[in-house]
Design a protein around this ligand. Sequence first.
Ligand SMILES: Nc1ncnc2c1ncn2[C@@H]1O[C@H](COP(=O)(O)OP(=O)(O)O)[C@@H](O)[C@H]1O
Ligand SMILES: [Mg+2]
Length: 256
Amino acid sequence: MAKFEFPSEYSLVSNTDLLSPEFFTGREIELSVLRDVLNGVKIEALPSGNIDVFNEKYGGIFQSVEHPKWVIQGDKGIGKSALAIEYISKFRKEYDLIWWIPCSIESSIVESLRQLCQRVTEKEPENLEEPFPTELNTYLSNQKRWLLIYDGLNDPKLTKYLPSEMDGHCLLTSTFFEWTDSANVMPLSAISEKHAVELVRNYISEDDSELISKFTKLLNRNPLSIRQAIDYTLLNEYKLNDYLESQIKGNIEYSL
Ligand SMILES: Nc1ncnc2c1ncn2[C@@H]1O[C@H](COP(=O)(O)OP(=O)(O)O)[C@@H](O)[C@H]1O
Ligand SMILES: [Mg+2]
């Protein structure tokens, strides 16, 4: 018998307390869509304005299977983990358990599942042959208000660590794009021009919006590239203009 019971008053079992988003901008529609789809709303039933935005920006949302495993899919640095962290901070009250599972190496998945099993059942997983601990499986199949986040699950071989069909929510972030049989896909790409400008202004004071816009466009509005380029300019005491000029010069020389 599991020792841990969900208390009647709100209390969260979580390993995500230290994952507070630093500065997050935009993605309102993505957050709202994510909440709906995780809760089982069918694509056809989403607010039509939201679907239109998704179709236009990302070419659609792909609900191929009838279960609540969703993948935020997109290039490195595009903001998949940041979106997942923002989702947690916005909707944490809807869950009794939120567990973040870092997937960059296999052993970190195993360790994270072991810790979760230990935390909720007060037992170590016994059958180490089972990728998803049996005790945890039993425990979670009796609960609904839980969310497991598999962050950076880029290798499809690691899907053996996902839970089987259950009532909770399972969210993945991944650069892998062929999920057709095993999960539904919410694609994510560049942040909007407006939010890219906001992101830059969060780190440096620059009045010239057009200049910022050019700068972010050069970086394909990828938030990680933007942040790295800003760090670079700050470190070298560059102005944005210097950065742009050096990049443009660099590109021209490179292409010759
Ligand atoms: N919407 C956003 N607003 C502000 N910062 C963001 C946003 N999206 C991403 N970032 C920042 O950009 C960087 C890369 O994002 P991250 O989520 O780690 O990318 P990914 O998981 O897709 O590789 C992080 O430092 C993150 O905080
Ligand atoms: Mg990530």
